[in-house]
Design a protein around this ligand. Structure first.
Ligand code: AMP
Length: 282
């Protein structure tokens, strides 16, 4: 497995690969790899001739009071995991490689970014789309893999790729969960054992919502209230939002549609966690 830190070198390598007619599968990450990331790497391995994984904690997608500095990092461990799972190239630039002196360009998707995490984290998605646009230009993938865990991110990136004719495919893969149901996340590392147990209530509330829907409930307000009741049994969890929304437009639905996204964000201590499920009411 090759480790590349320089953007120009990465672009040279990916251009050579493309010229040889081989396909590139790309998994962009912020590192501290876990089974969620690994599921994307495995899928990329299955679908493509070569697999590139990027590890870059992107400063511009963090707000001023967020966890950029203390975001968990372990490049040595990530290199080993990526190599064992069949990655061919790790691209791990530093912030100066991606945003050199004089850097001035941003990519912004409007509309979709005004809801959910976009409302609670101003500027976050602009940071995400900007870095992904850059990474796509450097890595030149045929397919890039994203997780449903960050559902809004996947929708926003898909929109950007379409709107800007970027000529790659976005594949969104299912959420990988811990045994207790908590969605895997590098940020779970911040949680104490007690917080980790409590955090399972988030997925429990999503399962409760699915149960209510199966029993015929279609009013969003009632479902969201039931979810809140469940989560509030754990005093350490503060809900940022719970939404029931159209899975494509992300606009909230008062009544469930044929398809709905149920998504939430919550804080446990200083750790912000997100989760979601898609439901089919047809
Ligand atoms: P991150 O390193 O957190 O930026 O995540 C990199 C990619 O892995 C994103 O596309 C995430 O949606 C995806 N991902 C993170 N956690 C999970 C998970 N538990 N299941 C599936 N995909 C995930």
């Amino acid at each position: 497995m090759k480790v590349v830190k320089n953007s120009k070198e990465m672009l040279r390598i990916s251009s050579r690969i493309k010229e040889s007619g081989k396909t590139i599968g790309f998994v962009p990450t912020m590192g501290y790899l876990h089974e969620g990331h690994i599921s994307l790497i495995r899928r990329a391995r299955r679908d493509n001739d070569l697999v590139v994984v990027s590890i870059f904690v992107n400063p511009i997608q963090f707000g001023p009071n967020e966890d950029y500095k203390k975001y968990p990092r372990n490049l040595r461990q990530d290199r080993k995991i990526a190599r064992d799972k069949g990655c061919d190239i790790i691209f791990c630039p530093d912030a100066k490689q991606i945003y050199p002196k004089g850097y001035a360009t941003r990519v912004k998707v409007s509309g979709l970014t005004s809801y959910m995490c976009g409302a609670s984290r101003p500027g976050h998605f602009e940071g995400v789309t900007t870095v992904c646009a850059k990474l796509f230009n450097i890595v030149r993938p045929d397919i890039a893999y994203f997780g449903q865990k960050d559902y809004q991110q996947a929708v926003v990136i898909t929109r950007m790729v379409k709107d800007l004719n970027m000529g790659l495919k976005i594949k969104t893969m299912p959420i990988v969960r811990e045994r207790g149901g908590l969605a895997m996340s590098s940020r779970n590392e911040y949680l104490s054992p007690q917080q980790r147990r409590d955090a399972a209530a988030l997925y429990e509330s999503l399962k409760e919502a699915k149960k209510l829907i199966r029993s015929g409930c279609r009013e969003s307000a009632g479902i969201k209230a039931a979810m809140r009741r469940m989560i509030s049994k754990k005093p350490g969890i503060h809900i940022d939002y719970i939404t029931i929304a159209d899975p494509e437009t992300l606009r909230s639905q008062n009544r469930l549609g044929a398809k709905s996204l149920i998504a939430l964000a919550a804080r446990i201590g200083r750790t912000r966690l997100i989760d979601n499920v898609l439901v089919d009411c047809e």
